[in-house]
Design a protein around this ligand. Structure first.
Ligand code: ACO
Length: 330
């Protein structure tokens, strides 16, 4: 009988545009202040893609780093999953463009959309495919050019978001972070809390849809906030329960980087000192699907993650969607 397969993250990469949009600049764009933004969100600056940087190109840069770190041949990649809510086009998929540019010509590719939880949804699919023996090497790319759907006249949203990409190679072979469990959830009752109304089949692009700003994301921030902490706590507890790991055994928490107040509240609920919670929100803001894996990559670069350390990822997003994953270094 074949030995049981174990899905692991064996390579990570990320890409952040060089251009910085700081709070001072935002003060000149909308009625806000550095003090308000920092105290309410913890964000000081975020990255902005330039006209030549797209969800695909940022994703390609992140993917190349992840593939190099994993030391695999792009021809050995079987599947590419791109998590994004800001694809280059509605079709073809951003996955198809990335497949071409990284030279993974033996890979199938598709996009998935679970907003800020996209990386965790992709991780769950990758784990399933690897452990069933269907595929050997899977590339996940989470990339967002969220600036393309943000209204820079709307102070409720424009202060929060930034652009960026992350990528991971998942395989049964090689050393890395074992994906012990991924727990996911959705509650469509709150689908309207965070929405991009225009550009789909319900409100196609017209002169009128542009004039009435239907192509910008709309968010009921206070309502989203109320659900975020509760949702991430229960997702994380479900995931820990499924693998039988206690809260005390968490070495690092890597939460979705939406707001420092949400992050601090989660840390408190798990009794974790803030030093054990990896944060990038101050410098990148909310980069949607890519955020958790950008933070994970930086954690691996900067901190001494030791054998058997447990890393808990947790995220939430539009849908509402949520997810948590426990990774163990081996
Ligand atoms: N600058 C100054 N004042 C502002 C700004 C701003 N940028 N934005 C709002 N205000 C004002 C409001 O108008 C309001 O004024 P009022 O009391 O006179 O009406 C006051 O500040 C307080 O507004 P609230 O909305 O209550 O502020 P809150 O403390 O809730 O912070 C925020 C707002 C930061 C949006 C918060 O609710 C939040 O982080 N929510 C979660 C959002 C989130 O995580 N979204 C991403 C989900 S993931 C995904 O799928 C993309």
């Amino acid at each position: 009988m074949d030995k049981a397969k174990t899905a692991r993250i064996i390579g990570c990469g990320s890409y952040l545009p060089e251009k910085i949009l700081d709070n001072k600049k935002l003060e000149s764009m909308v009625e806000t202040s550095d003090e308000w933004i920092v105290s309410r969100t913890g964000i000081s600056e975020r990255r902005m893609a330039n006209a030549e940087e797209h969800t695909s190109t940022m994703g390609i840069s992140a993917a190349k780093k992840a593939i190099a770190q994993a030391k695999i041949d792009p021809l050995d990649i079987d599947l590419i999953i791109v998590a994004t809510c800001t694809p280059d086009y509605l079709f073809p998929s951003t996955g198809a463009i990335i497949q071409r540019e990284v030279g993974a010509k033996n890979a199938a590719a598709f996009d998935l959309q679970a907003a800020c939880t996209g990386y965790l949804f992709a991780l769950s699919i990758a784990k399933g495919y690897i452990e069933s023996g269907n595929y050997k090497n899977i590339l996940i790319v989470a990339s967002e050019k969220i600036s393309s759907i943000v209204d820079y006249k709307d102070r409720n949203t424009c202060i929060l978001f930034g652009d960026g990409a992350s990528a991971s190679v998942i395989s049964d072979e090689g050393k890395g972070l074992e994906i012990r469990n991924v727990s996911l959830g959705t509650d469509g009752n709150h689908a309207n809390l965070l929405i991009l109304p225009g550009g789909g089949s319900r409100i196609p692009s017209t002169e009128e849809s542009v004039k009435s700003k239907k192509h910008y994301l709309k968010m009921e921030g206070r309502e989203v906030f109320k659900h975020a902490v509760r949702i991430m706590e229960s997702a994380a507890k479900q995931c820990l329960g499924r693998v039988g790991v206690s809260e005390e055994e968490i070495s690092w928490l890597v939460p979705h980087q939406a707001n420092i107040r949400i992050i601090t509240a989660i840390a408190k609920r798990f009794g974790l000192p803030i030093e054990k919670v990896y944060r990038t929100v101050h410098k990148y803001g909310n980069t949607s699907a890519s955020g958790v894996a950008i933070a994970l990559e930086e954690l691996l670069q900067e901190k001494n993650v030791a054998k058997n350390d447990n890393i808990l990822l947790v995220a939430f997003g539009s849908g509402l969607t949520w997810g948590a994953s426990l990774l163990t270094q081996n």
